[in-house]
Design a binder for this molecule. Structure first.
Ligand SMILES: Nc1ncnc2c1ncn2[C@@H]1O[C@H](COP(=O)(O)OP(=O)(O)O)[C@@H](O)[C@H]1O
Ligand SMILES: [Mg+2]
Length: 250
């Protein structure tokens, strides 16, 4: 198994221009170390996807690809060992009873992928978010939120038709998460995709359980981000009311 198989897929595909193809190829070469390749291979063997088509996002900690599976499009998120911020990552894993320790950076990055998978599993029946399909080492495969290989736009980039309703939906999702003892911990207009007029929450690797020592601090920050975003849009939304609605009686 070598990078050429995946690179070949990207080359042949309907990427619009030569420039785009060259770009995807470059990203792949930087992402596909031996471990990632083996994980991709393993996941294709298991039938989670057949091919990768294009690069969707190139964050510092993860690259996201659009892939095609037997049952539709998938998002393939590859966590990067070289460029991740370990100090910050470890603070979200320490204190989480679901995970043991780690001996090196690679193991911590693998835990990170597993954490996003587990968090998505925990909430995917209750809120709108990508359905997790599988993971192996530092690679996570999940449902693709978007059309024809293009990811749905981030909430920060769209003109919402009914911001008040949208805001209330996100508050109800925060409550649903809280009810299963999960705090997203990186919730903001950057991690909500607007898909067919509905909010979909993504990027759950930072999600922690309420046992975590910083759970209340992170919950307050999540609520603050959402309240801040919608207040700027002219929605009347009060932090204390939202806090109460998310946490009351749980
Ligand atoms: N399931 C998905 N479906 C479609 N696009 C996705 C999906 N997950 C992530 N993306 C795209 O990749 C970008 C980065 O993903 P995210 O999980 O937020 O990682 P990070 O912010 O850590 O780089 C998102 O803003 C979105 O454009
Ligand atoms: Mg993100």
């Amino acid at each position: 198994m070598d990078a050429d198989r995946f690179l070949g897929m990207l080359d042949r595909r309907e990427l619009k221009s030569e420039k785009q193809r060259a770009h995807s190829r470059k990203v792949c070469q930087s992402v596909f170390d031996r471990v990632s390749l083996t994980s991709l291979y393993h996941l294709t063997k298991k039938g989670f996807f057949r091919e990768l088509k294009s690069v969707v996002s190139e964050g510092k900690e993860a690259k996201v690809f659009h892939g095609v599976g037997n049952h539709g499009d998938v998002a393939v998120k590859i966590y990067m060992v070289e460029t991740s911020d370990f100090r910050s990552m470890s603070s979200y894993v320490k204190g989480d009873p679901r995970f043991g320790g780690w001996a090196n950076r690679r193991q911590l990055v693998n835990l990170w992928a597993q954490k996003e998978y587990k968090n998505l599993m925990r909430v995917c029946e209750k809120i709108s978010c990508p359905k997790p399909l599988g993971f192996h080492k530092n690679v996570l495969v999940m449902e693709f939120i978007g059309e024809e290989g293009l990811p749905a736009p981030k909430m920060k980039d769209v003109e919402l038709e009914n911001p008040k309703e949208y805001c209330e939906k996100l508050i109800s999702y925060m409550r649903e998460m809280y009810k299963v003892r999960l705090v997203h911990s990186d919730l903001s207009e950057y991690n909500v995709l607007d898909y067919r007029g509905e909010p979909y929450i993504i990027d759950f690797s930072t999600g922690i359980l309420l046992d975590h020592p910083k759970a209340s601090e992170f919950l307050e920050r999540d609520i603050g981000n959402i309240v801040g975003f919608f207040s700027k849009k002219g929605v009347e939304v009060d932090y204390s009311r939202v806090y109460k609605e998310v946490t009351d009686g749980v």
